[in-house]
Ligand binder design. Structure first.
Ligand SMILES: Nc1nc2c(ncn2[C@@H]2O[C@H](COP(=O)(O)OP(=O)(O)OP(=O)(O)O)[C@@H](O)[C@H]2O)c(=O)[nH]1
Ligand SMILES: [Mg+2]
Length: 453
């Protein structure tokens, strides 16, 4: 068993839920998992079909015998099933009344109840069918909007990250065993010294690999969460107009009154198969009211967290600042000159800008979008290798690295201390795949699943 829970000791309820999309559909799949799944199928759609073969059956309420649908049913006896338990599926007609009747029929079977969010996946996890990263990959696959998100999620759902982190964890367990051998052989100085040196050398080499893995420019997180672009600049330069042009819809209010935008507005863009989140922000200026000031504070903070700042200037303004007055640690800045359609353009030097556009006429927008796509692609680099996809992974990897550093430092002071740090480092990796997480953390991860998954 992979977790602290001991589900096999607790007689499980049998759970059921709609596993296909909701609404009025031709077919809806109701999935049932647990010890009473076979009984439920027998009582509602007798006789029990051959395992893993679809059979057409009349479905009846188990108590009243009232027929409520003709449907395909499937029977998957455990443990070689998705949850590790007995599973049956009812492929009913996807109308609201049919589904209501199916739920009522299932609830009438002793031990059967509706599933909560993520409960199927949780049972699969408890039965060792998937680890935490694989489960997260499945959630991401369901949530994927872009091709890149789908590819990354599918790789994670196939166990790519689990294999990587499990491999490292095993490596650390071996390193610790070597260091512990040094304690056991402490009478024989040569052997003891050799074992400890070997163990610590292996740990040091893995620390290098993990550092490199962490230093990935957040590419997995960018694919998963979206590349963060912030439209920023002084008031009235056309940030909201550009936002609407990029989103191709009226996301933001545009007006010739400076200080129109107060809160941050977001739109999702699919740039060449990668997701980007564009944020329109309040124009930056001094001496304004409290609400606008708060808007400006939010704008600055968002820009500081961005992957890219699109800094906009107004071609009709008498002068302009070419770059934001705040420093950002990660973001690069793209300088865009807007309103180039407007006549009487003053002596603004166009070559100082990366792009010249008109958010009003659309001039230069297509080129800007192409450039944004290239920047995102460049930030992600190749998306072949396994990448960290969640901050949760990053945190545990950092804890692991800290412990590995402490192990090296402890080496001189005491072998026991070093062995203990190696144990902590391996545990940190174990937490990524959910091997040693407490119940509440697991509950939190699985609660993010939808019902029926
Ligand atoms: N001629 C011309 N006018 C534009 C262009 N883009 C925006 N404008 C006008 O400039 C004014 C300000 O546009 P907004 O998009 O609201 O500017 P903003 O930067 O969001 O302004 P704040 O939210 O107040 O900071 C509006 O009257 C727009 O119609 C453009 O490309 N050409
Ligand atoms: Mg605005």
């Amino acid at each position: 068993m992979a977790t602290a829970s001991t589900p096999s000791a607790v007689p499980h309820d049998t759970i059921f839920a709609l596993s296909s999309g909701g609404g009025r559909t031709a077919v809806a799949v109701v999935r049932v998992s647990g010890p009473a799944a076979g009984i439920a199928l027998e009582r509602i759609a007798a006789p029990l079909p051959k395992p893993r073969f679809a059979a057409l059956r009349k479905l009846r309420h188990p108590d009243t015998g009232e027929e409520f649908d003709h449907a395909l049913v499937l029977w998957f006896p455990g443990p070689k099933t998705e949850t590790g338990e007995d599973i049956c599926e009812l492929h009913v007609h996807g109308g609201r009344a049919v589904l209501a009747a199916a739920y009522e029929a299932l609830a009438a079977v002793p031990g059967c109840r509706p599933a909560t969010a993520g409960e199927f996946a949780r049972r699969a996890f408890d039965n060792g069918k998937l680890d935490l990263t694989t489960a997260e990959g499945i959630i991401d696959l369901i949530d994927a909007d872009t091709d890149a998100q789908r590819r990354q999620a599918l790789r994670q759902a196939s166990g790519e990250l689990a294999a990587l982190y499990e491999g490292w964890r095993r490596e650390l367990i071996e390193a610790r065993m070597l260091v512990e051998a040094a304690i056991d052989f402490s009478d024989e100085a040569d052997i003891s010294h050799l074992a400890e040196t070997n163990g610590l050398a292996r740990a040091a080499s893995l620390a290098g690999t993990i550092k490199h893995h962490l230093d990935d420019g957040r590419r997995g997180e960018i694919v998963r969460e979206g590349f963060r672009i912030v439209l920023a600049g002084p008031p009235n330069v056309g940030k909201s107009s550009l936002m609407n042009a990029l989103a191709r819809r009226d996301v933001a209010i545009v007006s010739d009154e400076p200080g129109t935008t107060r809160d941050i507005l977001e739109a999702r863009l699919d740039l060449d198969g990668y997701m980007a989140i564009v944020a329109d922000t309040a124009g930056l200026r001094e001496a304004v009211g409290a609400v606008e000031q708060e808007g400006i504070r939010r704008a600055r903070r968002r820009a500081e967290e961005a992957d890219l700042i699109v800094w906009i200037s107004d071609a009709t303004a008498p002068s302009c600042e070419l770059a934001p007055d705040f420093a950002t640690s990660t973001a690069r800045t793209l300088r865009v000159l807007n309103k180039i359609d407007a006549s009487g353009m003053p002596s603004m030097n166009r070559t100082a800008f990366d792009h010249t556009i008109s958010a009003r006429t659309g001039q230069g927008i297509a080129e800007l979008v192409t450039a944004l796509g290239a920047i995102v692609r460049n930030a992600i680099g190749s998306d072949d290798g396994p990448a960290i996809t969640q901050i949760r992974h990053r945190r545990h990897l950092e804890t692991c690295l800290d412990a590995l550093a402490s192990a090296q430092a402890a080496g001189d002071l005491g072998t026991e201390l070093a062995a203990e740090q190696l144990r902590l480092a391996a545990d940190a990796l174990g937490r990524i795949v959910g091997r040693i997480d407490p119940e509440d953390i697991l509950d939190e991860v699985f609660a993010r699943f939808c019902i029926g998954k």
